[in-house]
Design a protein around this ligand. Structure first.
Ligand code: NAD
Length: 356
């Protein structure tokens, strides 16, 4: 198969880790008989420097016309004093909006070889952590009506949490479809004992679940979910939740995995086009030194193969290669521990390529 990929490498370590991602994808193409064509476009700080705006229309057009988008990271101290709507990070929100990406997938997987890096007691993670947080990305109070008003108690501010049936239905379907490819277990997280928006959310989840009798469904209130995640992390499979709850819970879950340099993510919409990026930022403190961990970005490439193109074996080949390299004791600086062998960014990708 042939795929056209838009590449927004971005700023800081973005271009370094993206280069390694592309090498790995090319190797997969060679091995499994696919070809990937890359169109590099500017987004973030580098686009501000060249065009005066973080997300030029040309970048949006190329991304829209692609089969999927690979993103490195954007941002850096050079652009920190710009006003909010001119900052590099606008490129992320702008692309998600322009591409209609409403589902954010954040896996939290604790690799066997990195169990020591997990802050939880060993017995709590002995059975392995493998959680997929499916977070609604374009609704809820982050996008609801907001403002200020005078009240009896003086000035007040508000952000409205609102969800439509359609918004809940599509994110729930995404979660159930993903669960079908995993352990067939969805945990819905809401706060329906207090919030009307959560009551609607829960009723839609229950309705959609009828179409997935093969998938087990349970429900947790968000406060309880945050406790259960650290008390019994190995019992979760897919978590589906709204924007703000997902923002918080996905960060909590991610801490079990050792380093931000290990965490990929995907943003999906109605079609197969998705945007795949590491969770970390542009790490200006280590940019250009060949010490960044490329694994998060390489695993986001693996997610693209699985979720946008349905290439399960190809995706697994990358995941298995990463696991083998870690089992063989190779580490980048961020996940380094005693007795292991430290590699640079490019050398880590070399080791992964050798295993593929
Ligand atoms: P960051 O994720 O860039 O870095 C946090 C810490 O983690 C740093 O010490 C960094 O060196 C380390 N780190 C991050 N990725 C690493 C990797 N792959 N390998 C090894 N170490 C790694 O977060 P920050 O410092 O808060 O933000 C830096 C810039 O990135 C800011 O401009 C911020 O706005 C931006 N940012 C962008 C994104 C994105 O593009 N999706 C996300 C978060 C932050």
């Amino acid at each position: 198969m042939n795929f056209n990929l838009a590449v927004v490498a971005g700023d800081g370590i973005g271009p370094e880790v993206m280069e390694q991602n592309i090498r790995v994808l090319d190797k997969i193409g060679e091995k499994f008989g696919h070809s990937f064509k890359y169109e590099h476009v500017l987004g973030g700080g580098c686009a501000i420097d060249k065009f005066g705006e973080p997300l030029p229309q040309h970048t949006i057009d190329v991304c829209k016309a692609s089969d999927s988008v690979l993103l490195g990271a954007v941002g850096g101290w050079q652009w920190d004093t710009l006003p909010g709507d001119k900052r590099p990070e606008r490129a992320l929100l702008g692309l998600r909006g322009a591409l209609g990406l409403y589902a954010n997938l954040r896996p939290a997987t604790l690799h066997e070889a990195l169990k020591d890096a997990c802050p939880l007691k060993p017995e709590l993670v002995a059975d392995g952590v493998d959680i997929m947080v499916v977070r609604e990305l374009t609704g809820g109070m982050y996008f609801g009506e907001k403002g200020r008003k005078q009240t009896e108690l003086g000035e007040a501010a508000y952000d409205v949490e609102q969800y439509s049936v359609k918004e809940v239905e599509r994110i729930t379907r995404t979660a159930f479809e993903i669960a079908r490819k995993r352990k067939k277990h969805v945990t819905n997280v809401d706060k329906q004992n207090v919030l009307e928006s959560s009551r609607l959310w829960r009723s839609v989840v229950l309705e959609v679940a009828k179409d997935y009798p093969d998938v087990e469904l349970d429900h947790l209130y968000v406060d309880n979910a945050s406790m259960q995640l650290i008390m019994r992390p190995t019992t979760f499979d897919v978590i589906v939740t709204g924007n703000i709850f997902g923002d918080i819970l996905s960060d909590e879950a991610s801490q079990m995995t050792g380093s931000i340099g290990m965490l990929p993510s995907a943003s999906l919409g109605e079609g197969s086009l998705g945007m795949y990026e590491p969770v970390h930022g542009s790490a200006p403190d280590i940019a250009g030194k060949n010490i960044a961990n490329p694994i998060a970005t390489i695993l986001s490439g693996a997610m693209m193969l699985k979720y946008s193109f349905g290439l399960q074996d190809e995706s697994k080949a990358i995941e298995d290669a990463v696991a083998k390299v870690l089992n063989n004791g190779y580490r980048t600086g961020d996940i380094m521990s005693e007795g292991m062998k430290q590699l640079g960014c490019k050398e880590m990708a070399d080791a992964i390529l050798a295993e593929i």
